[in-house]
Design a protein around this ligand. Structure first.
Ligand SMILES: Nc1ncnc2c1ncn2[C@@H]1O[C@H](COP(=O)(O)OP(=O)(O)OP(=O)(O)O)[C@@H](O)[C@H]1O
Ligand SMILES: [Mg+2]
Length: 397
């Protein structure tokens, strides 16, 4: 994707941005200049230093991600980009123009046509249906009804909501609401999309889908995106450039690759390490349902039939209560059928088992040695699933 980004084509430039809230700002500014701490300024001047000397550039066509913990100043920065927040000092340039120099009409045009915001809590109008929400920005621009409906439908289709246009917002799931939010923002054909934690309210699977769709849309439409998150996985997945914020300041700006290879300090390093930790898999995450399960009271004929149907060479034998008793390999089932073995003799009972919560990394050494998959068993000895050697290895790499 980076080949479409022209590094000379800077669409947004933020220069020495400060944003202070409340208290005695003159006093606070003096304290800032003499390098006093944020806490001291809050205490002595009663002023919150939300953004502290932030500078960065966003290139046309890139996804620029701002990441940081809660309260680090991300939303305050993004709200300065569309003029919702007025900087205490410093400047925002859009296509080379300081947005503070815009008169009222220019600012209105900028907000209606150049830049659009997508919010964490969707910010939709519940009393309007999907189509009318998506049309909203076009309506404000004064576009006639037929034209705006046609345009809105194009974006509704693009975000995968065709057929839902007449639904009420309240009947949609979180993921669908955010699709409406994205369609509404795209409908005015802005150059820049500002997204303030747009996927935080969604559950992990839906979130994953939305991240994928954002990447697909972005590639198709080649918009510039400024994206805020506090999730480093999301930042690294989406960002062409990532800036990490702490206490109102940007600590490092880099590509995900550069940041992971060369974290600017211990804070950045820990942030990145937290991603690896959150991606740790447990047995439960990688187990699958055994293809063939038979009851201990079943005979070898049924076991063989099931194994054949499922294309597997072992059957998991369980009690009536779903407790795992052992596994029956196909060759032993054949011997049972020929009355050469009893079930007791045919069953393999010294199986490797593990609990659902076990970390996959702890299974690595045992997985290498075992001939059969590892059985995942809960406290009541119930069989929950099985883990193959391949699944363990795949999740580690
Ligand atoms: N309108 C305001 N008035 C006073 N203080 C504010 C205002 N907006 C933000 N702040 C303060 O500025 C700091 C930065 O807030 P901001 O909302 O930008 O953080 P954030 O990184 O977006 O956090 P979160 O991840 O929780 O959304 C916080 O201390 C916050 O309390
Ligand atoms: Mg915020």
């Amino acid at each position: 994707m980076s080949d479409i980004i022209d590094s000379n084509d800077i669409i947004i430039r933020v220069k020495n941005l400060y944003k202070l809230f409340g208290g005695n700002k003159t006093h606070a500014t003096k304290m800032l200049l003499s390098k006093e701490s944020k806490e001291a300024i809050q205490k002595k001047a009663g002023t919150t230093v939300a953004v502290n000397d932030v500078s960065f550039e966003v290139h046309r066509g890139e996804i620029y991600v701002l990441i940081g913990l809660s309260g680090s100043g991300k939303s305050t920065v993004i709200r300065c980009l569309n003029g919702l927040n007025k900087p205490t000092s410093g400047a925002i340039y859009f296509e080379g123009d300081n947005i503070e120099s815009y008169d009222t009409a220019q600012m209105q045009e900028f907000r209606r046509s150049k830049i659009a915001m997508i919010f964490q809590n969707f910010g939709l109008m519940d009393h309007r249906n999907v189509l009318d929400n998506v049309c909203y920005g076009l309506e404000i621009k004064g576009m006639n009804k037929n034209e705006r409906n046609e345009k809105a439908m194009k974006y509704i289709e693009m975000v995968g909501l065709k057929g839902w246009e007449n639904e009420q917002i309240t009947s949609l799931s979180g993921g669908m609401k955010q699709r409406v939010g994205i369609a509404r923002a795209l409908a005015t054909d802005p150059d820049v999309l500002l997204m303030d934690e747009p996927f935080s309210a969604l559950d992990p699977l839906v979130r994953n889908d939305m991240q994928f769709e954002l990447l697909s849309l972005q590639e198709k439409l080649n918009k510039t995106v400024v994206f805020i998150t506090h999730d480093i996985n999301e930042a690294f997945k989406l960002g062409n450039t990532v800036s990490i914020m702490k206490d109102g300041e940007i600590i490092q700006t880099a590509t995900p690759e550069e940041m992971a290879t060369n974290p600017a300090n211990e804070y950045v390093k820990e942030f990145i390490d937290s991603a690896d930790k959150s991606q740790v898999f447990t047995a439960e995450n990688i187990m699958v349902k055994p293809g063939c399960i038979i009851h201990s009271f079943d005979g070898p004929i049924n076991a063989l039939k099931q194994m054949k149907n499922q294309g597997v060479s072992t059957a998991y034998v369980i009690s009536k209560k779903m407790e795992l008793i052992g596994i029956l390999p196909i060759e032993n089932a054949l011997k049972m059928k020929d009355k050469e073995m009893t079930l007791e003799q045919a069953l393999i009972t010294d199986l490797l088992t593990t609990e659902p919560e076990t970390q996959v990394s702890d299974l690595l050494s045992v997985a290498a040695k075992t001939q059969y998959p590892i059985a995942v068993i809960d406290e009541e000895k119930h069989l929950k699933g099985i883990i193959t050697k391949a699944a363990v290895l795949a999740s580690i790499s």
